[in-house]
Design a protein around this ligand. Structure first.
Ligand code: GLP
Length: 267
């Protein structure tokens, strides 16, 4: 039995080729689940299925509260079936800039605690921006180069910022295609991950939109009534740099996993 309330299939293509892709509005597949637990279970099942298809797969992971339970469920799966996890490579989607190394609010600490240790990912299979880099531009170039050599991403797990951001690609007049240092919005700086810091990070390091969009598959996780407005906007069909997540409707292999609280206003 599944707690998935409904699945909406939309037309899809096998390969991402913008030149051959008619600009149909909203090609995303949507799975609406009863609550956060059911959404996490559905997302974890999908991620594990992908791990089973390709043992050397490159997975890019967001942090935040939304995917935490799905990662935990995958940790339980890793205890039962460690072989599923023993070659996969993990790439960190984004990082708060300027936090001391080991800061508990960093994406690094989050992923080490919820992914690297429980999934048994060895250090050479975990890649991501350093938190405390004194030369952020070089650090971004390092990740750009790593991804150019080792990418593209096979599965990209994303969360939805309340303002529509993906990673730290914040709303603005333009979006950046490759890894860069991003000026954070006040809303993003108020994120619970950094609520303990005296001086809130002003910048974040993030993969760029093209690097995210070259992912073969994108899984967007959205949960809670506080994400309702953003999710509703995502499905409105308008594409705007002022709402970066809206570009997901152009990606041919995106699935949105959401719960009823977030999906209440989807028409
Ligand atoms: C932060 C992270 C994003 C994450 C977003 C949503 O900004 N940098 O990667 O997707 O928050 O977080 P939450 O799931 O806690 O709402």
């Amino acid at each position: 039995m599944t707690n998935t309330v409904s699945t909406v299939e939309r037309p899809r293509r096998k390969r991402f080729d913008l030149m051959q892709t008619p600009m149909e509005p909203n090609r995303m597949k949507v799975e609406i689940c009863t609550d956060h637990e059911a959404m996490s279970a559905a997302a974890a099942r999908r991620i594990a299925r992908e791990f089973g298809r390709d043992r050397r797969l490159l997975v890019c992971l967001a942090t935040g509260s939304t995917p935490a339970r799905a990662y935990e469920l995958l940790g339980a799966r890793a205890r039962k079936s460690p072989a599923l996890f023993d070659h996969l490579r993990v790439l960190k989607l984004d990082e708060w800039a300027g936090l001391p190394a080991g800061d508990p609010g960093s994406s690094e600490a989050y992923l080490r605690r919820r992914v690297v240790r429980p999934w048994g990912v060895s250090p050479r299979r975990f890649v991501g921006f350093a938190t405390d880099s004194s030369r952020p531009r070089l650090e971004c170039e390092r990740i750009q180069n790593w991804l150019a050599r080792n990418g593209p991403i096979d599965v990209c797990v994303l969360g939805l910022g309340s303002n529509g951001h993906l990673g730290f690609n914040e709303p603005g007049d333009a979006l950046r295609p490759i890894a860069h240092r991003a000026l954070l919005s006040e809303q993003t700086r108020a994120h619970p991950m950094v609520s303990h810091t005296v001086v809130k990070p002003k910048y974040g390091l993030t993969l760029g939109m093209a690097e995210i969009f070259q992912a073969r598959q994108i899984l967007l996780l959205v949960s809670g009534a506080h994400k309702r407005k953003a999710l509703n906007r995502l499905f409105r069909g308008e594409i705007s740099t002022q709402f970066p997540a809206s570009f997901l409707s152009l990606h041919p292999q995106t699935t949105v996993f959401c719960d009823c609280a977030a999906a209440a206003q989807i028409k």
